[in-house]
Design a protein around this ligand. Structure first.
Ligand SMILES: Nc1ncnc2c1ncn2[C@@H]1O[C@H](COP(=O)(O)OP(=O)(O)O)[C@@H](O)[C@H]1O
Ligand SMILES: [Mg+2]
Length: 241
């Protein structure tokens, strides 16, 4: 599991995360919601070891992320990350984009890497686009390639940061469909999202972040229908659709 204890993070004098404790159990889908600037992306970066923390501990499967002795490259293979920006290599096809890390990081040969990449493209419904370059793919398709790319590394966890925020509304559904499939297949996910209806549907638990603090964590029925914290009530009332 992913386990955060009293995690704090500052950028200079700005306190971005304050004493956050949170567990994500294996097989669980946890959605993180909250206003822009509340620290959600920073939290994911801290879990991945891309940002240092100023206090507390973060463990992934019992391994301390910020311990100097930890092999971060190895640890990161457990964590698939997908961002709002898909960051495809424009000169590589969909298949080559997915296969690249398999060749470089997992040191697979070309045939093995491409076979594995093709399986992941099929998983997100894009087998037929394997030879297409990113510029010819819609935003939704590129984001599904990015999901396939993360899955190809066979992570234990998926961290998803507003993966639909850059998409036109009609393209959001296809990306969410890939995440539903992952959930059905038991993937553990930490999903930062503004899609409240989706969070309600897919999450086992929802965590509401308010200015770097975890204001409330609970099942979707609590967070959206009977919030216990008035900050949560205000936020979900504001974003209700
Ligand atoms: N690298 C950075 N340097 C300085 N401040 C940062 C940096 N990254 C994020 N911040 C600040 O930290 C706060 C939280 O940002 P972020 O984690 O991106 O929030 P969210 O993802 O919830 O919108 C914001 O005030 C943001 O401006
Ligand atoms: Mg963010």
């Amino acid at each position: 599991m992913i386990s955060l204890r009293d995690v704090s993070k500052r950028f200079g004098s700005l306190r971005v995360i304050e004493s956050v404790s949170l567990d994500v159990e294996r097989g669980e889908v946890l959605c993180l919601i909250g206003s822009s600037g509340s620290g959600k992306s920073t939290l994911l970066q801290c879990i991945n070891g891309l940002e240092a923390i100023d206090g507390g501990t973060i463990e992934v499967d019992g391994i301390s992320v910020h311990d100097k002795r930890t092999d971060l490259n190895r640890l990161r293979q457990k964590l698939g990350i997908v961002f709002q920006q898909y960051n495809m290599f424009p000169h590589l096809t969909a298949l080559e984009n997915v296969a690249l890390a398999l060749k470089v990081v997992k040191r697979m040969g070309r045939a093995e890497a491409e076979a594995a990449a093709l399986r992941q493209l099929a998983y997100v419904g894009l087998e037929s686009k394997k030879d297409t370059f990113p510029g010819r793919l819609s935003g939704g398709q590129q984001q599904r390639v990015a999901i396939a790319r993360a899955l190809a590394m066979e992570p234990h966890y998926m961290l998803l940061d507003e993966v639909t925020s850059a998409l036109d509304p009609e393209l959001v559904a296809e990306v969410l469909q890939s995440l539903r499939k992952l959930r059905t297949d038991g993937m553990t996910m930490l999903i930062v999202t503004h899609e409240m209806r989706f969070a309600r549907e897919i999450a086992d638990r929802v965590a509401f972040f308010d200015r770097g603090r975890l204001a409330e964590v609970g099942p979707p029925s609590q967070i959206f229908d009977a919030p216990r914290d008035e900050r949560t009530a205000k936020f979900v009332g504001m974003t209700a659709r």
